[in-house]
Design a protein around this ligand. Structure first.
Ligand code: ADE
Ligand code: ZN
Length: 336
């Protein structure tokens, strides 16, 4: 079977920096790394929680210096994503992490945007860019970056909120989201990854998000689940990330089946694939293996991702037809 056609909606482009590319960029930029080789770097990916991952993630992205570095990283992701069945990707990036290192907005956003501009024609993946703000830095800084992005007419579809969750409630960013929405941008936010259900409520009611990243802790609050189901709020779930960051003990304990059974609008995504053991196909294979998901359930995950994407009607219909063709072929292959 070919891979399930799908949209990747929860992907941090800096989280796609594979160890080999880290070494190549360090070499190109004359940077001395505190580890010997790719194996030595990968050995550092034994995370105990979100913060332990973020420490490595922010340190490693220091190899990104030039616009070409950002372009090369993005192209490497898109090529790998194409083999995983990704037909549309809404890619997050963290400009504040680069600005803090002295890399201008034009360099990091421009480098990623250059790769995205060729993706449709050359790789066959339609794309859009989401700027994520770091919730453990001041909201005033996020606001300043948002104003700069709007002033330079950056090619972005929306904003997001990521980094260390606990202690940084969504409501801190209410004004940033108001300005973004007024400028015509779509709004997403990480909530309910490590943070409590109260943060998911705030993302919905204060930030008024179109989509939630993670959201798995919603299951702790019955009224919240009812609200998410009633409003068909998309939840971009990342199973391998949740296991590696110990939000859940093991893949067999992942709440995905319960979320589906409750009628939540769930898609499967890869978050930071270079760090968490796999791309979207690996994440799907993990949940298919752990829970014995059938062809129809997998197709539903693919269709959910496409319905939850910020797409025009034509592209959405085209991709939903691809999922339906995959579902029919899957049943035919099982009969034949
Ligand atoms: N930044 C990159 N990956 C993240 C995650 N899983 N949660 C919060 N911030 C992130
Ligand atoms: Zn994430």
């Amino acid at each position: 079977m070919p891979p399930l056609p799908c949209a990747e909606l929860h992907l941090h482009i800096e989280g796609t920096l594979e160890p080999d590319l880290v070494l190549a960029l360090a070499d190109r930029n004359g940077i001395t790394l505190p580890f010997a080789d790719a194996e030595d770097l990968a050995a550092r990916y034994a995370f105990t929680d979100l913060q332990s991952f973020l420490d490595v993630y922010y340190a490693t992205m220091d190899v990104l210096r030039t616009e070409q570095d950002f372009t090369d990283m993005t192209l490497a992701y898109l090529r790998r994503a194409a083999t995983a069945g990704v037909r549309h990707a809404e890619i997050m990036m963290d400009p504040q992490a680069h600005l803090a290192r002295g890399i201008p907005l034009e360099t990091c956003v421009g480098g990623v945007a250059t790769a995205l501009a060729t993706s449709d024609a050359e790789i066959g993946i339609s794309t859009s860019l989401i700027i994520a703000f770091l919730r453990d830095r001041p909201a005033s800084e996020a606001m300043a970056v948002l104003h700069d992005l709007l002033a330079m007419d950056a090619p972005i579809v929306g904003i997001g909120l990521d980094s260390a969750e606990a202690g940084y409630p969504p409501s801190l960013f209410a004004e940033v989201y108001d300005v973004a929405r007024a400028a015509g941008l779509r709004c997403v936010a990480h909530a309910g990854e490590e943070g409590p259900p109260a943060y998911v409520w705030e993302a919905l009611d204060v930030l008024r998000v179109d989509r939630l990243d993670h959201g798995i802790r919603c299951l702790e609050d019955e009224a919240l689940v009812e609200r998410l189901v009633a409003d068909r709020v998309p939840l971009t779930v990342c199973p391998l990330s949740n296991v590696r960051l110990r939000a859940v003990p093991a893949i067999e304990d992942h709440p995905l089946p319960e979320m589906l059974a409750r009628g939540l609008n769930v898609s499967v995504n890869s978050d930071d694939p270079a760090y968490f053991g796999g791309y979207i196909d690996d994440n799907l294979a993990a949940v298919v293996g752990a829970f014995g998901l059938g062809i129809d359930e997998q197709a539903m995950l693919g269709a959910n991702s496409i319905r939850s994407a910020f797409l025009g009607d034509h592209r959405r219909a085209e991709l939903l037809a691809e999922v339906e063709a995959w579902r029919i072929a899957g049943h035919a292959a099982r009969v034949g």
